[in-house]
Design a protein around this ligand. Structure first.
Ligand code: ZN
Length: 356
């Protein structure tokens, strides 16, 4: 990654604790930190962030649940937390049938992407401890516990005959990740800048909606290995030329490779970042004027573990007008650095402390 190496040599590298102690190491928490908001204060659950990405605004008396289409075996084993990855069109029909037959004044089902959907329920339904279905793969399902658990279990069991009618691998829903809509001050009020982003991931897009960061569509952008890196880069440069004062580029491919345990895909994704984003991004930024750049992952997804972990991540901060101490951007090179608080980096990037 020659461009990254050159940037690191004239910037500042270190370690950032983007996942606060005790919080789940997910993209919702990690990106909230990167956007400059303390997750310990603002994070209420992942479902309301995904709900925002679908355009749902939750009144205070409503809670959002993440609603996976899953496959549970007759023996009660979680066979597939992604329900065989149905297409969004196939899944939409299932979610609409669930809304027709189980929905009403209390409960509503909202179609999302592939196996990932949203249920909105009365506030009291929030009182439950739910297990994420991806933590149950090949294990016996663990039903929710807590005051609202019987209602949740009732919905999940009632979904079985309905979902099963559609002939997909999925045979029921799984409810988890609940939360109320977080009260996040807008990014422009907090940091005094107009910001925009591109990402194919609901959680990142939802954070944009909740903070007033404009979500820009990019043709060819996907949440997989095949995203059009150059198109995401050009989108950022166009937006910055057009008046945006900060732009967030988010690419999911490295995380996917981590989950798949596929080291070759991970290397390909990282090299694509260098070749297809950073190289011409730097040239384009130089043409626009002085700039700063912050580069970091929203969490680690080690190949060896195939899942997210909470340890601090390497960050790179570059100022086009001022050389930093220089260093090497790698996990090994920064292993000895004292971690900085993840959500404090935005203030350093934009050169001012948050005002709200
Ligand atoms: Zn992931």
């Amino acid at each position: 990654m020659p461009v990254l190496a050159e940037l690191a040599a004239r910037g500042e590298v270190g370690r950032a604790a983007v996942i606060p102690p005790g919080m789940p190491p997910g993209s919702d928490v990690g990106n909230m930190s990167i956007f400059g908001y303390d997750p310990a204060r603002y994070h209420t659950g992942r479902a309301p962030i995904e709900a925002a990405a679908l355009g749902l605004r939750l009144p205070p008396d409503r809670v959002a649940y993440r609603c996976n289409l899953v496959t549970v075996g007759d023996d009660g084993t979680m066979i597939d937390f992604a329900g065989g990855h149905p297409s969004s069109e196939d899944a939409r029909k299932v979610i609409e049938a669930l809304d027709d037959e189980l929905g009403g004044d209390e409960l509503s089902f909202h179609p999302g992407v592939e196996y990932r959907h949203i249920v909105v329920a009365p506030a009291e339904w929030a009182e439950a401890d739910c297990t994420p279905p991806h933590d149950l793969t090949d294990k016996p399902v663990v039903w929710p516990t807590g005051a609202a658990a019987p209602r949740l279990r009732e919905v999940m069991e009632a979904s079985r005959p309905i979902v099963s009618r559609f002939g997909l691998a999925a045979n029921q829903v799984w409810l988890w990740g609940q939360g109320f809509q977080p009260e996040m001050p807008s990014f422009s009020a907090r940091y005094g800048l107009d910001a925009a982003l591109n990402s194919a991931v609901d959680l990142v897009r939802g954070l944009g909606v909740l903070t007033g960061i404009e979500v820009v569509e990019v043709e060819g952008m996907t949440a997989g290995y095949d995203t059009d890196y150059a198109a995401q880069r050009e989108c950022a440069l166009d937006a910055l030329a057009d008046g945006a004062e900060l732009f967030v580029i988010h690419v999911e491919a490295t995380d996917e490779a981590g989950h798949a345990g596929d080291v070759d895909e991970k290397i390909r994704a990282l090299e694509a970042w260098d070749r297809d984003i950073l190289a011409d991004l730097v040239h384009g930024l130089d043409r626009l004027g002085p700039w700063r750049l912050l580069l970091l992952p929203d969490h680690a997804t080690p190949i060896a573990l195939k899942t997210h972990t909470a340890e601090p991540v390497p960050y790179l901060l570059v100022d086009s007008a001022r050389n930093g101490p220089g260093g090497t951007y790698s996990e090994r090179a920064v292993a000895g650095a004292t971690p900085v608080v993840g959500h404090s980096l935005m203030a350093r990037l934009v050169g001012r402390d948050p005002s709200v």
